[in-house]
Design a protein around this ligand. Sequence first.
Ligand code: HEC
Length: 190
Amino acid sequence: MKTLIQWSLVPALLIAAGAHAETAPDPRMAEAKTLIQQFAKTLQGELKQAIEAGGPVRAIEVCEERAPVIADELSTQSGWSVGRTSLGVRNATHNTPDDWEREVLDQFEEQRAAGEPVAGLAHAEVVEDEDGRRFRFMKAIPTAEVCLACHGDHLTPEVAAALDERYPEDNARGYRAGDIRGAFTLAKPL
Ligand code: HEC
C-alpha cells in the first residue's frame, strides 16, 4: 500500500515541477513589482528629505500622513489595491494583516529563518474569498539601518514621545537591521 501511494504521487509531482519550470512570467506580477517600486521610491524619497530637513520627529509626520496617501493614489491610478502590512504594526487601522497576509508573513519568517535573503521573499496567488476572485501579491520589506531611528530598540526620547502620542498601541519597535519589517501587499480583482 505504501509503495502504491508513493508511485501514484510521482507523475503528479513531475508534472507540477515541469509546469512550474515552463510557466512564463506572469504580467500581473511585473505590474505589481512596478507599483511596489513606485511606492517605495516615493515614500523613501520623502522620508529622506524630511529627515534631512527636520530630523526623525518631523519624518514621523511624513510617514503618518504620506504613506496612506501615496498608497491610495497608486491604487486609484492602477486599479490595484496597494498597501503595507506587518506582523507587528504601528498603524493598526490601516495595516493590520488579514488571515491570508498573516500566513504569507509567517511563511516569509520561516524562509528567512532557513537562510533565504529577505529582499527576495515574495508570494503570488489567485485567491477567492468574500471579496471575490483576486490576484494577490506580497513582497517582504527588509529593515535597513535607516529604519532603526523609528523601528529599532534605541529610540531617542523625542522620537519615542512623538510615536507614543500618535500610536499608543505601537507594535513596530524593537526591529534589527536585516529583520523583516513587513511587506507590501497588493491585490487586483480578476
Ligand atoms: C521617521 C520615522 C520612521 C522611519 C525612519 C521609518 N519609519 Fe516606518 N513607519 C513610521 C510610521 C510613523 C509608520 C506608521 C505610518 C502610518 O500611520 O501609516 C510606519 C509604518 C511602517 C510600515 C507599515 C506597517 C506598520 O507598522 O504600520 C512599514 C512596513 C514600515 N514603516 C517600514 C519602514 C522601513 C522599511 C523603514 C526604513 C527604510 C522605515 N519604515 C523607516 C515611521 C518611520
